[in-house]
Each structure stands twice: as C-alpha cells, then as structure tokens.
Design a protein. Structure first.
Ligand code: 13P
Length: 248
C-alpha cells in the first residue's frame, strides 16, 4: 500500500515572516491528517519552518538543489546543507525550472541520484505541454521523462522516490486535467516504471498529480486508482485551503 502524500510547493512566495505565519496556521489544521504532509518553502525560510514543525506531522521539502557536494557554484545550495537543515524531500525538474532555468533531464537524473545517495527523497516533476497533449504524444513524452530521470536508480530505492505528474497547461491556470485524464497519464508513467523495474518497482513508487489541484477537486483526483498524492501550488499558500486538500 502506498501512503498518500500531499506536498505544498510555495514557489517564490512568502517572506520569512509570512512563511512562519502560514506554518503556524497549518500545524493545528493538519495534525490528524492521514496523508503524509510536506511543505516546500523558499530556501530562505527553511530553517525557520524546520524549527516550527520539528514535533509535528509536517515534513519539510525544498524546491530545488544542486547535485555537487560543495565548491565554487555561486548561488547554489547542496544536498548536505538541506539535509542538516531538516529537509526530507526535494522537488526537482519542476516545469518552471525546466522552462526558465534550463533544467535538463540529465541534471534531473544527477540530482535524483545524489538526493537518494544522501538518504533524502526526490519529488521528480514531469509533464507535457498543451501542444504535446494536442498532438497525442503525452504518454510517450512523460514515459521518456520518467525513464531518463530514473536512469541508474536501483529498484530498492523506488520507495523513496516520488514522481509528480504536472501537465504544464494545468499549472496555475485553473485548468485541471480531469481525474480520468490524470489517472490515465499517471498509469502510463507507472507502466514506464514497470517496463524498467517490473511489478514490484511499479507498485512501490508514489506518483502525485499537480496542476490547479484545490479543495474542490482534490477528493475526485485522490479517488483515482493510480494517483497517490498531490503537488499543490496556489492552494498551498493558505492554511485553510491546503489543509482541505491534505484531508481530501
Ligand atoms: P498550481 O497548483 O498553482 O497550479 O501549481 C502546481 C504546481 O506547479 C506545483 O508544483
């Protein structure tokens, strides 16, 4: 059985004091949640959020990382730094990073391997553009992204891997994939995992949906057989909304 995982990706929102305020509001709202709850604030608020959530059921995530251990990489943050700060999950390959910051499949794979080697958990984002969906190549495209991201990762590590399927046309647009569309694509992603690792690997890996997921549509999405969680943008910025998604 895969435990549902709902993660809030705050993106470039919330100053440190606002981050503290949001987490303080969230703690009592999600304390009896059955799903695993993760918040991913901007780097600058990670330490403050870590302190607030240390005796709670909320896990800490980061929105990016660099794969090298240390050195002359101005502006970057390492896995060990995040680990010491209390981070457990790291989002990699988000479509916004692929689009604006030249994140490649190769980098995503390097990051995934380095994160797992450090004992942390990657949330690997994949997803098609509207053009790709209209051309009917969604399943091929997301399957390829999945295989490239997982290249060289052992089957035993898959229980620590989360994939977030986020159709780019559904991010921040208010357009959600229908629950059936999301389930069908996620099923194709799981098939890609099955092709490499077999049934056990495919059963182990958790796959989230992301893209305008909110308190209204969460329960229908989460009721789908292949959907193991959500990666939430806009609706994770208000404690009340996020807690409703968490409790779908
Ligand atoms: P929205 O929920 O704002 O559409 O963002 C989804 C997302 O990109 C989460 O990573």
């Amino acid at each position: 059985m895969r435990r549902p995982i709902i993660a809030g990706n705050w993106k470039m929102n919330k100053t440190p004091s606002e981050a503290v305020e949001l987490v303080k509001a969230l703690i009592p709202l999600v304390k009896d949640a059955e799903a695993e709850v993760v918040v991913c604030p901007p780097y600058i608020s990670i330490a403050a959020v870590a302190e607030l959530i240390k005796d709670t059921n909320i896990e800490l995530g980061a929105q990016n990382v660099y794969f090298e251990k240390s050195g002359a990489y101005t502006g970057e943050v390492s896995i060990d730094m995040l680990k010491e700060a209390g981070v457990r999950y790291i989002i990699i390959g988000h479509s916004e990073r692929r689009q604006y910051f030249n994140e490649t499949d190769e980098n995503v794979n390097k990051k995934a391997k380095a994160i797992l080697a450090a004992g942390l958990r990657p949330i690997i984002c994949i997803g098609e553009t509207l053009d790709q969906r209209e051309k009917g190549i969604t399943n091929d495209f997301v399957s390829m992204q999945t295989k490239l991201a997982l290249n060289g990762i052992e089957e035993a590590e898959l229980e620590n891997v989360v994939i977030a399927y986020e159709p780019i046309w559904a991010i921040g647009t208010g357009k959600t994939a229908t629950a059936l569309e999301a389930n069908e694509t996620i099923s194709a992603v799981r098939n890609a995992v099955r092709e490499i690792y077999g049934e056990e690997g495919a059963d182990k890996i958790r796959i989230q949906y992301g893209g305008s997921m909110n308190p209204k549509n969460a329960s229908e999405l989460m009721a789908q057989s292949e959907i193991d969680g959500g990666l939430i943008g806009g609706a994770s910025l208000k404690g009340e909304d996020f807690s409703k998604v968490v409790k779908f």
